[in-house]
Design a protein around this ligand. Structure first.
Ligand code: ZN
Length: 315
């Protein structure tokens, strides 16, 4: 059966799948990145893992994969297929697309993890059918994917969508990026965990605990939560003003709070807009499989659009 390899590389683990033309999952696998052995070992692990998936497809599904899609963290030069920088993997300028193409002998697409996840949310997840959307996962940090007519904008240098580093509190908390008062210092799951741990006096308390306390009406938690919601709304309204998206898709750990987040967030955004059109604000639908599903879409796109001739090979 015609299929592609989808591979999502995270800091510690990798998720992979074999996906058919129609988007059906044939096979799933996971593996540790082995980053404790250094950046070169991670690259070797990825290449070996992909080669095993290629062999698995040949053995169990009649023919090997026709293309591969790879989603990686950090800064990604998608046009040249280079993982330019990833702090958590120690990468600098790794030509992953060329390395994997050489290893497998099939077309390979390389994507930024959040943009790739956003591609999946926009096409087959929460934004299905939306021609203009913004995907914002609230996790350890905050990033964004700007969806335009079925693709995700990478920017001139691979930096587009970094809404987590929009300054929402000028002169505020220091950010590792070098600025002060960045959105992710106030509204990421990590920032809320930190703020709630300090406010409730339990160093182990996290954002999910804060959300529970909010739901039960704890005024201290409501104050911490609302500060995060207000910062998030400030950042999102900046994005809405610039991009005029039809749908805002909010994902990541903090979005798991459900209506505890979405109800005050929709109110906070509505209060702030004047002339801007209010987008629909919805929770992400694909969870932590978005990156892998998006990698599959990148690979399938290679077969149908960018390299039309490839699709005619080995049917
Ligand atoms: Zn920053």
């Amino acid at each position: 059966m015609r299929h592609v390899i989808a591979l999502d590389v995270g800091g510690t683990g990798m998720k992979a799948a074999l996906v058919t033309d129609g988007g059906e999952l044939l096979h799933r696998a996971r593996r540790a990145t082995g980053r404790e052995r250094g950046p070169d070992a991670v690259v070797a692990t990825i290449l070996d893992f992909a080669a095993e998936l290629y062999a698995y497809g040949a053995e169990h599904h009649g023919a090997p994969a026709l293309a591969a899609g790879l989603a990686v963290p950090g800064i990604v030069d998608e046009e040249h297929g280079v993982a330019a920088y990833a702090a958590n993997l120690g990468w600098r300028d790794v030509p992953l697309r060329a390395l994997l193409t050489e290893r497998l002998g099939i077309p390979v697409a390389l994507g930024h993890d959040v943009r790739t996840g956003g591609l999946a949310e926009g096409r087959i997840g929460a934004g299905k059918g939306a021609d203009r959307f913004l995907f914002v996962p609230l996790g350890t940090g905050i990033a964004g994917a700007i969806g335009i007519d079925g693709r995700v904008e990478a920017g001139a240098h691979g930096f587009a969508g970094e809404i987590g580093h929009v300054v929402v509190r000028p002169g505020g908390t220091d950010c590792p990026c070098g600025q002060r008062g960045c959105l992710e210092r106030y509204a990421s799951a990590s920032a809320v965990s930190e703020a709630w741990a300090a406010a409730c006096g339990d160093p182990d308390a996290d954002a999910a605990d804060c959300a529970k306390a909010v739901a039960s009406g704890d005024p201290n938690a409501v104050r911490v939560w609302q500060e995060a919601v207000d910062a998030l709304a400030d950042g999102l309204v900046t994005a809405v003003t610039l991009l005029d998206p039809r749908t805002l898709i909010i994902g990541g750990g903090l979005a798991e709070a459900g209506e505890v987040l979405f109800q005050p967030l929709r109110d906070a955004v509505r209060r702030r807009v004047t002339f801007q059109k209010l987008p629909t604000i919805v929770p992400a639908a694909l969870g932590d499989t978005a990156g892998c599903l998006g990698a599959g879409l990148l690979a399938r796109d290679l077969l149908t659009t960018t390299h039309p001739t490839t699709a005619e090979v080995s049917t």
